[in-house]
Design a protein. Sequence first.
Lengths: 275, 275, 275, 275
Amino acid sequence: MAELQFDTYGKTAVRLTYVDRTNPRHEVRELSVSIFFEGDFRDSYFTGSNSSLLPTDTMKNTVYVLAKQLRWADIETFGRGITGHFLSRVPDVHQVTVQIEQVPWERIGEHAAAFRQAGTERRTAEISATRSGRQFTSGIRGLQVLKTADSAFAGFIKDEWTTLGETSDRLFGTVVSADWTYSRLDLDFNGTFTQVRDTLMQKFATHQSLSVQQTLFAMAEAVLAGCPAVQEIHLTLPNKHCLLVDLERFGIENPNQIFMPIDEPSGYIEARVMR
Amino acid sequence: MAELQFDTYGKTAVRLTYVDRTNPRHEVRELSVSIFFEGDFRDSYFTGSNSSLLPTDTMKNTVYVLAKQLRWADIETFGRGITGHFLSRVPDVHQVTVQIEQVPWERIGEHAAAFRQAGTERRTAEISATRSGRQFTSGIRGLQVLKTADSAFAGFIKDEWTTLGETSDRLFGTVVSADWTYSRLDLDFNGTFTQVRDTLMQKFATHQSLSVQQTLFAMAEAVLAGCPAVQEIHLTLPNKHCLLVDLERFGIENPNQIFMPIDEPSGYIEARVMR
Amino acid sequence: MAELQFDTYGKTAVRLTYVDRTNPRHEVRELSVSIFFEGDFRDSYFTGSNSSLLPTDTMKNTVYVLAKQLRWADIETFGRGITGHFLSRVPDVHQVTVQIEQVPWERIGEHAAAFRQAGTERRTAEISATRSGRQFTSGIRGLQVLKTADSAFAGFIKDEWTTLGETSDRLFGTVVSADWTYSRLDLDFNGTFTQVRDTLMQKFATHQSLSVQQTLFAMAEAVLAGCPAVQEIHLTLPNKHCLLVDLERFGIENPNQIFMPIDEPSGYIEARVMR
Amino acid sequence: MAELQFDTYGKTAVRLTYVDRTNPRHEVRELSVSIFFEGDFRDSYFTGSNSSLLPTDTMKNTVYVLAKQLRWADIETFGRGITGHFLSRVPDVHQVTVQIEQVPWERIGEHAAAFRQAGTERRTAEISATRSGRQFTSGIRGLQVLKTADSAFAGFIKDEWTTLGETSDRLFGTVVSADWTYSRLDLDFNGTFTQVRDTLMQKFATHQSLSVQQTLFAMAEAVLAGCPAVQEIHLTLPNKHCLLVDLERFGIENPNQIFMPIDEPSGYIEARVMR
């Protein structure tokens, strides 16, 4: 009577710190890896037979083994290696998806082996592979930026419940989430990541913004123009509001100086842009 | 050169506490409401013209006004009312999606006007509507459950990196996420929610589990069998591991008594089941 | 030149799930245990000699061993046992403090071995012991309550920057933190905990509140009156604001029905009350 | 019968973004301000009379007004101004404590008005003032650092439940919390903050660590030696463990390359050091 329409299983949040000691000047990479299998696992749902299941605990062990055995310097290459391993190892799996989130560590000064965590920003990658093909998506989460000039919002629809005033000068704060796909894969993924990230920040900083939408599109366009290997980019720019505090009721001027930042609610602007 | 493939905008996390004072015995509903518009908003991205945009601040105001003006006792009905309002109001919008999350408050004893927040669990609803039709999804997030008997895991694939032992008696803890759709909508949504939730917990409690997958399917089947209005159910059951602590290295027996619960990593089991 | 004024070391957040299988009807206790040593550990700071240090990793192992070896049914007794062990074991330690936080699990219906996590509330205990004496503190964290009637706030100081109106009917929401000490220790700690918690909720529910301060004191008084073994109680009641939404600017009445709950800022009221 | 032993009230988490537009090159300061009053407020607890209470809502308004009216470039000076205001304004208050947490924003490149949030680290200040004196404490929270060389731990106590091995080469990760007081107050607080922070990071990076305790003391000593205005420093260095993954059970070497970082449990080392 009941029918299985879709199913997947795997392991999430396998945490890993890799220390590259090849040179006296160490490198550190901290990752959180998630793995998802799709395939023919119906028996486990219907009969409780686990004969087609690789335990998720083994997935975890495998992440640690492959971190050591594979040659990788970026999360895209590591993720691809993990998908390849499982596809060759588990017959009933048809598709393996690996999601990796990298925690940024920056060197302290020029010290060979001391690092500072660079904050809440994360670099991400998702590699989804079958026996006949692969898809790579790279991304950023949690890039918090704010501009205090060159942001306006006016000319919008007003109805009887609209209280927002038009403004030619507001604060514009957002937390950039970006995901992009590639037109070719023989790439320096680390270099491309840095280039996309810098382009997003530069365009955000310099854009004469008439709306979050317009700035989002300008940022996407700049990435497509500047990074030829990027095929498509998906951006989410929540509008993290900073409300101007009403001091005039106390007879005090507040020429865009004193604001109250709020976490909730947020505006939400999302778009996918391709060549 | 750059082309807009998909776009949406809206407001997230509009928080609302509604106090029903119709009777001396008050009722409280605490919600977080998010609204997403899809439609013809290309100009705002390309030219910065905002003439087709209803500000997200107005969306927020509208939620509060409609909370007062609509007649509603469940989040599905409230969400439907919000979608209808915006579709009739904003010409360029083609689809409105409303997501609502309800924070559970329980009455303290039999007091008329005193309540206790019942925890991290949330009730959810998503209503997505165009001018020609609507889709309702109801759900649960964060229902944390644990069984200390009747859970086994054995007969799985072993490879050279498998260290997990077979077990006929493990702890099985999970945090249920469920979403379901309906075959008809002339429903008591509050009653249906309670019935789905109770059915999920009962089946989890009584199932002789051979795997998380098998229990997930049994829970889905039980909902479809017991709740005729439910068309399809989507369940995510992370396996929140409790590791048996190795006391034998100290010469001390540990017959499934002392465990270490861990947050990361988790197993992850997800499936969608329909009639 | 530099002098050590105070130092402590230990282990925090040792997580433990204890399954009592004595009866077919299982019991579950989930704890997070922290341990702090004070004593003569100056050499470790000055010379790097670790000869007086018990590793914090051993503290963790010990928690698991003692969870099995001690006879305990409440966190106060378990904590006392841990302090006693370390004081007898480590010569250079003068004082051991154990903090325990218990996650509440409720039985699902009458099932023998299935449980539901009861939310964000936590029961706490702190036992601080030297070779000559001990101090017990028990507590609650995260008890979220709300009353929709019988709460006023008026007659306060007004200055030129006061905009708050007087009110005879506001929402009063808070997250109770409570800590209490005992006048005697030959107690049923579980029963006492339940009694203190119930008393706090009952008094919160029934009090005709003229301010958070007055309700706080009434709650403390009720505990001291009803629980003879409690010597002193310390309460923190943040005022979790629910702002009345201004619908009158739209010509719509809002007779204390539609509110916006906010997380920040909060009022903050704290007091310690003793017999 | 019940007696008030201690009481305080105030407002927590008043959030404020200040934009300094004096020059075309803007400056941004984001703060979260908390205020606590101690004084003669007994009537509000006993009788519900609020005639001695300044509402916490007025405290919030006052923070915004003073942010505009005071001349301040650092949180210590702003906090001092707030304490002074309330002491002169509210007769029944005896002591005002202001805690401020600053969110770090860094300029994006050389842009005049665009910023990036620099992460989870926070700068803090606490100013506690009566009508006869003041105390200043400055601090850091959430400075996450990691060293991959020059950290050992050996020679510690072993008992029958010790399983930790001695090591001459481990990862040492921590999240620095620091608080310091001053011997004089005619200071450049911003410059002093930068100097203390840099000194803590430099010493952490270069120290040949035999234990967290020894490194903590070395860091404190370095601050006292390098920053003459600092009177006393209080440091908390949790030991955020990175566990070496056991690959040898698979016949694979792991020469300190592959680690599993864990959040819980943590070691905990805390000390206060003065001249």
